[in-house]
Design a protein around this ligand. Sequence first.
Ligand SMILES: Nc1ncnc2c1ncn2[C@@H]1O[C@H](COP(=O)(O)OP(=O)(O)OP(=O)(O)O)[C@@H](O)[C@H]1O
Length: 243
Amino acid sequence: MSEILNVQNLRKSYGSITVVDDLSFKVEKGECLGVIGPNGAGKTSLFNVIDGGVVVDGGRITLDGEDVTRLPRHKRAHKGIARAYQVPQPFPDLTVFENVLVASTFAAGLSGHEAEVGALDVIRRVGLNERRRDRAGSLRLLDRKRLELAKALAASPKLLLLDEVAGGLTEAEVDVLVELVKSLKPHYAIIWIEHVAHALAATADRLMALHYGRKLIEGTPDQVLKSPEVRAIYLGIVDDATA
Ligand SMILES: Nc1ncnc2c1ncn2[C@@H]1O[C@H](COP(=O)(O)OP(=O)(O)OP(=O)(O)O)[C@@H](O)[C@H]1O
């Protein structure tokens, strides 16, 4: 496997509040790193500094060996960082195909036939082929999540940032999404922020728990979810051993 993202000693503060505190980790192609932490732990802030929405105060971010720390967001997108959001916001009056075509045209810089082929390919991969002519506004939530993923994939990313994409889904729908993310895993480096811990446990190779912007622990899902620190701080459970 090849290293796609390497983050070293990242720091970001807003005044006296440090939201990303000396954070270092790596993600390889074919790997999914799950990120958990209580509200306000700095998970969204971490995605913001990785995708270039927010400029870091210190540290270094490399993508596939190239330093992107000072690049603006749109340039990082062209280099291969794509993000899918919790609340999909497609153009509701455009079809599924047209929405993805917009992404493959502008984010991937494709045009004409190439853009159309690229859009149809990712639509198939997320399981929306049957619905490609439907208005995005008519889709149920799971299909809107699929469309959100297709738009991110249309940019031909190396690194896929999944920002609480399981939010709002039923248990059965989460299972479908988990299978979809698993099918994508071999082709990308994935970081998945999620409050639905069992979705991450089923998908991620490693979990990283954040607390006040700091890495609390990183390890296999089992190691992290069973660790006394995570149980105490993230899940609010105090073991006898830590009480
Ligand atoms: N632009 C900003 N200015 C000031 N404080 C900010 C800003 N953005 C985030 N914060 C603060 O940074 C901290 C981390 O927020 P962040 O949204 O990254 O946490 P989170 O782990 O994603 O939380 P949640 O699970 O609720 O989404 C919070 O205390 C938040 O209030």
